[in-house]
Ligand binder design. Structure first.
Ligand SMILES: *[C@@H]1O[C@H](CO)[C@@H](O)[C@H](O)[C@H]1NC(C)=O
Ligand SMILES: *[C@@H]1O[C@H](CO)[C@@H](O)[C@H](O)[C@H]1NC(C)=O
Length: 455
């Protein structure tokens, strides 16, 4: 009740204050409430589905409803139109399902019962991007990036880490008897496992009475804060705007810029709304790169389930401005699904209403613009990086002679055949030092299964 009054007041206030029209938008969403990451397969729960549905209905009422002061000009209100809309997710089941629910809320059924199945359910395509595709770098830039892994691995040799590991050991062990006996060994109950432990308890607070009855809000807060600091250390604690630790934010910024640029290039007629699904580490990296923690220290904390961040392109004119200096961008963040989205200043600028030119300049400074750049930045050994390898280029120049070329080709073919026969390749899905080898279609994880990508 209070919440809806607050939303109404805010809506009224905003409606009175603004006369902009939105020309297009890009949004990035975290998945919703799910089962514990430590016991795969991790699945979206009914609570999680509700959160994503809540979130997409929220954004629908902002960007698609004709009564909204923020309706995107030229965007089809009810019927999905492929020229205007895109949606993409890494092909991980939890993220794909989250994306599907999100799309259902954005474009609900059309209620045309006679001709269409499911009351006119709209089949809005969601691009699922496999981890071995070069396109995977935009929403999961830290996967398959050794430069990132090296830095993240160094975290547990820092003095801060060692101090916290020692000072929190008793706190973590105090949960063993009631919560973790039979779940995690005592040796794993420490700060080095902060996120995994918080995650188990946090999931239990929603789904397990034994846990919710025995953990106080204060304890949950402590566990969360420790997990916040551990995850920030691995995604947000950057030393400069091109720190490999923030690689997922660097590729994400580039994706956002590409998507907004496409709206500008079409003069606000195409690619108007772009939905991206991903994980919290990308959010943390972007927060760090964009200077958000200095605007609000809450950005050091893990975003709640189904949190969204969004970029709106707008201007004071109804028509798309011929003069691009009239175009502006605002950044919005909605933490979870309980409160409305708020806008925040990016890049330490004095205003949340950045000109398109300033926004672009700011984003370019925190972007890896191409797969080639990413491959070099990461020293990645992904297959799709091979064409960009320095050695390869040098060889290509040398083998101008036909014999050289034939020999090289022969070597490549032999290598390809050997690889195909053995059916062995290194998976890029693991990180933090663990190596998974996929052999004959089976995956053997040498470290804990928890070392997979952060969701
Ligand atoms: C609830 O949590 C307790 C404590 O960790 C655990 O022993 C129990 O198996 C959990 N129950 C379910 C249904 O997962
Ligand atoms: C989002 O909410 C969580 C708590 O639920 C908090 O720890 C975090 O700091 C919040 N982030 C922002 C940017 O408000």
């Amino acid at each position: 009740m209070l919440r809806s009054i607050a939303v109404l007041l805010l809506a009224a206030e905003l409606a009175a204050a603004h006369a902009d029209t939105v020309k297009g938008a890009v949004i990035f969403s975290r998945h919703g409430d799910r089962t514990w990451k430590g016991a795969p397969p991790t699945t979206l729960t009914a609570v999680g589905q509700q959160q994503l549905y809540n979130s997409s209905t929220y954004w629908r009422s902002r960007w698609l409803d004709s009564v909204s002061g923020y309706q995107i000009v030229n965007l089809s209100e009810d019927v999905y139109n492929s020229a205007q809309f895109s949606a993409a997710t890494p092909d991980q089941p939890l993220l794909v399902t989250s994306g599907q629910v999100f799309l259902q809320g954005l474009y609900p059924p059309l209620n045309e019962t006679s001709e269409h199945p499911l009351s006119g359910y709209q089949y809005v395509p969601l691009a699922t991007i496999p981890s071995d595709s070069p396109a995977s770098i935009w929403l999961k830039g830290d996967d398959g990036c050794p430069a990132y892994d090296d830095l993240a691995d160094r975290w547990n040799s820092t003095a801060e880490f060692k101090a916290l590991e020692a000072s929190t050991k008793d706190f973590y062990l105090s949960f063993y008897d009631n919560i973790f006996a039979g779940v995690l060994p005592k040796s794993k109950l420490s700060y080095s496992n902060a996120y995994n432990i918080f995650d188990y308890v946090n999931v239990g607070m929603v789904h397990n009475k034994t846990i919710s009855n025995s953990i106080s809000q204060e304890e949950l807060f402590q566990l969360r804060t420790l997990a916040d600091s551990a995850e920030w250390a691995k995604a947000g604690a950057i030393s400069s705007a091109n720190d490999p630790l923030a690689v997922s934010g660097l590729t994400f910024s580039s994706k956002v810029l590409q998507q907004l640029q496409a709206i500008v290039d079409s003069k606000g007629t195409k690619n108007l709304l772009n939905v991206n699904i991903g994980s919290y580490d990308t959010m943390l990296s972007f927060f760090a790169l964009a200077g958000l923690p200095s605007v609000n220290a809450n950005f050091y904390g893990l975003p709640d389930y189904a949190s969204t961040l969004a970029f709106e392109l707008y201007s004071h004119t109804d028509a798309f401005p011929g003069d691009l200096s009239e175009l502006k961008v605002r950044f919005l963040f909605r933490n979870g699904t309980d409160a409305p989205a708020e806008s925040f200043r990016l890049f330490d600028s004095s205003t949340a209403a950045l000109s398109w030119a300033d926004f672009k300049a700011g984003m370019e400074k925190i972007s890896l613009k191409s797969v080639e750049e990413w491959c070099a930045f990461c020293s990645s050994t992904e297959d799709y990086c091979l064409p960009y390898k320095q050695e390869t280029r040098a060889v290509t120049k040398e083998v101008a002679g036909v014999i050289g070329a034939v020999v090289t080709l022969g070597v490549l073919i032999v290598a390809a055949v050997v690889a195909a026969v053995a059916g062995v390749r290194i998976s890029r899905r693991t990180k933090l030092g663990s190596v998974a080898v996929i052999a004959g279609g089976k995956q053997f994880d040498e470290a804990s299964s928890y070392a997979g990508s952060k969701l």
